[in-house]
Design a protein around this ligand. Structure first.
Ligand code: DC
Length: 216
């Protein structure tokens, strides 16, 4: 049996990864995986348990003891924590501020890589994040890297009602010691500053259809 296909969509914050990954997954009938949500769920769990997120040892210990399970609902993978999926809770400002600390802990990244690779048991995946093409599924032939001008990304965040220092976030994501944000070798880079989500996802889908047909 052929192994499942993984499409890796990485890129900077507010470059349209989530919107486009969902559109691509829907068009191809693949399963969507939001890996940022997994890091956010651990950050939320640490805040709930009063674990100091600035203490890497404490975060690594919390991760080690963490009770989780993966589910696939409506073609999307969910990471449940103690049997609960904190969909809304992980989108607060408090969690957004805590998550970069959690995501910089090497033991956490090891755990995430292992867990994210397990998602393959659900079938063909569109997985979005920062290190999918470089670290989680480096073997995949289908890698995309999305980016847009900083002003455009800040405008998009503001339109969602979120004020965020994206330049600082880019710096933290690209400069952390383990699995920093970078363009994977062979990734198809799309700067979508002047493109709508429909145009971006159509470009990805057209490219994928061609490459998937060629790889059969
Ligand atoms: O995409 P997001 O804003 O939900 O990501 C939340 C945080 O997790 C952000 O600080 C980057 C980090 N992250 C990561 O380091 N690696 C991933 N594969 C996904 C997210």
């Amino acid at each position: 049996m052929k192994s499942p296909v993984v499409i890796a969509i990485d890129g900077t914050s507010a470059s349209g990864k989530s919107t486009n990954a969902k559109l691509v997954a829907r068009a191809l009938g693949f399963i969507y995986v939001d890996t940022g949500a997994m890091y956010r769920t651990l950050a939320w769990h640490c805040l709930q348990k009063r674990v100091d997120v600035q203490d890497p040892k404490a975060v690594a210990a919390a991760c080690r003891k963490w009770k989780t399970s993966l589910r696939c609902v409506d073609n999307q993978v969910r990471l449940h924590t103690d049997g609960y999926f904190p969909e809304k809770e992980i989108r607060t400002g408090e969690v957004s501020a805590a998550v970069p600390h959690v995501a910089a802990v090497p033991k956490v990244r090891e755990w995430m890589k292992k867990t994210q690779r397990e998602c393959i048991r659900f079938g063909n995946l569109v997985m979005e994040g920062r290190d999918i093409g470089t670290n989680v599924f480096p073997e995949t032939d289908f890698k995309y890297y999305l980016d847009a001008r900083l002003e455009e990304r800040s405008r998009r965040r503001a339109a969602e009602g979120v004020r965020e220092n994206l330049a600082a976030r880019d710096q933290r994501d690209s400069q952390r010691a383990v699995a920093p944000l970078m363009i994977a070798l062979g990734a198809h880079v799309i700067n979508n500053s002047e493109m709508t989500a429909e145009q971006t996802s159509s470009a990805i889908i057209a490219d994928l259809r061609q490459r998937l047909a060629a790889s059969k």
